[in-house]
Design a protein around this ligand. Structure first.
Ligand SMILES: Nc1nc2c(c(=O)[nH]1)N[C@H]1C(S)=C(S)[C@@H](COP(=O)(O)OP(=O)(O)OC[C@H]3O[C@@H](n4cnc5c(N)ncnc54)[C@H](O)[C@@H]3O)O[C@H]1N2
Ligand code: MOO
Length: 404
């Protein structure tokens, strides 16, 4: 239909309004989940000093270069260097130091021979080392100072999110504080008079409010903080009052944006934000704008699969952008469909999928219905099928983004 606007156009509008928040200094231990606002600079070399990669002997390469099982190079062991030791024993020709993994390599040694390449191994290692296998090269089994990151270099770049891997790198680099973008505060509001709180038995005509939980968890997964999670009935005045009070950087509602008689979001915000029909399935009706408070406002359609798909396509990229993330899109892979399915003409399809062997199939038994919230529980990601494709056949390659 001609009044549909493309996903790309809507996304551009959303991202243009999504500006990074201010930054704050955080202790590294408190930075997990935050995005760096500036490069974190290493205070230490990694490795911090030349050290041994193996338990064995620190040797002079010239002493062992010709060693063989028939003619072992027999060295006198003059020192024992454990990890943590500051010792730097001097080795003369014909001498070795016993050394453990992670220990400093003596300045006068240039190679490490593991116990396995000696005749006596650990057994008589404090008296002599009979090397029976020559090292592959001078420098073998030595981990060089700063070969990974040098002090003064970037340990983690602006725009990176601090997870477990990044935290370990920052700690190893001796970083104590980072400049991080403040995490967005997000309000999640379900609308609909049919909703009852999770765990409550619905009366006839009622259903559990699954969207606010869905959105709250998605928001948390995106590194933002849910500061309000609530539900209002089909009551535009109540919603307007709530929106006037809410203190958040981003407000996300579900429901009440389509063409019915009771559309609280549309009625509460008519003239203040845009309501568009997007060429996407699910997720056609979308409200978006900036509230008087400056908060970004997303009025997502109420159908649960529409909420999940709209979040992936519009809200998540925006939340990552306001956090200053370098990467705001999930990686996409082309995988074959293991079964065929129909796609809506003229709308980009965002279909929950299950990874099935080396291909994908719809997660929702009935296909692409936006109400099939039960099937969402099986979904591992989405197939994103262009608007001009009318049908996916078994074996076709489809673009997939994984979310779990
Ligand atoms: N005449 C038309 N009707 C509809 C159109 C249209 O273009 N013309 N669009 C359809 C499409 S597409 C969608 S998507 C929905 C969007 O409707 P709303 O955003 O107004 O959402 P509601 O009507 O409030 O709810 C839709 C559906 O989702 C269920 N729901 C709502 N909130 C929750 C919640 N928190 N947890 C679980 N389920 C929820 C609700 O009960 C409805 O079944 O409009 C179509 N109609
Ligand atoms: O756009 Mo609705 O989300 O197709 O069902």
């Amino acid at each position: 239909m001609s009044d549909l606007i493309s996903v790309a156009e809507h996304r551009t509008r959303v991202l243009n309004a999504a500006r990074p928040l201010e930054s704050e200094e955080l202790a590294v231990a408190d930075s997990v989940g935050s995005t760096l606002a500036a490069d974190a600079i290493s205070r230490l070399d990694i490795p911090a000093f030349d050290n041994s990669a193996m338990d064995g002997f620190a040797v002079r390469h010239a002493d062992v270069a010709e060693a063989s099982r028939d003619a072992p190079a027999v060295l006198r062991v003059v020192a024992d260097v454990a990890a943590g030791s500051a010792a730097d024993p001097a080795l003369s020709p014909g001498e070795a130091a016993r050394i453990m993994t992670g220990a400093r390599v003596p300045t006068s040694a240039d190679t490490v021979v593991p116990f396995e390449q000696t005749i006596g191994g650990l057994g008589d290692s404090l008296t002599e080392a009979a090397v029976s296998v020559p090292p592959r090269a001078r420098g073998a089994h030595i981990r060089r100072v700063a070969e990974d990151i040098a002090a003064g270099r970037v340990a983690l770049s602006a725009g990176a999110v601090v997870g477990a891997l990044q935290l370990s790198a920052l700690i190893a680099a001796g970083v104590r504080e980072v400049s991080a973008v403040r995490r967005p505060r997000v309000a999640v509001v379900s609308t609909g008079s049919e909703l009852v709180p999770p765990g409550t038995d619905p009366a006839p005509g009622q259903i559990p409010d699954s969207n606010s939980a869905l959105l709250a968890e998605l928001v948390a997964d995106s590194g933002a903080r849910v500061t309000l999670r609530t539900s209002v009935g089909d009551d535009p005045a109540a919603l307007r009052a709530l929106l006037n009070e809410v203190d958040a950087d981003v407000v996300i509602t579900s429901g009440g944006v389509s063409a019915g008689a009771y559309e609280p979001v549309k009625q509460a915000l008519a003239g203040r934000i845009r309501f568009d029909r997007i060429a996407m399935q699910p997720g056609k009706p979308q409200g978006f704008g900036v509230l008087d408070s400056g908060a970004l406002f997303f009025g997502l359609p109420g159908n649960p699969v529409s909420v999940a798909a709209s979040y992936e396509m519009f809200v998540r990229p925006a939340l990552l952008r306001v956090q200053g993330r370098a990467d705001i899109d999930r990686p996409r892979f082309a995988l074959p469909a293991t079964t065929g399915w129909r796609t809506p003409a003229g709308r980009l399809q965002v279909l929950p999928i299950v990874v099935d062997g080396s291909g994908v199939r719809p997660a929702t038994a009935g296909g692409s219905g936006s109400h099939l919230v039960g099937g969402l529980g099986r979904a591992e990601g989405y197939a994103v099928v262009p608007a001009d494709v009318a049908e996916v056949a078994s074996g076709d390659l489809v673009d997939v983004m994984l979310v779990s």
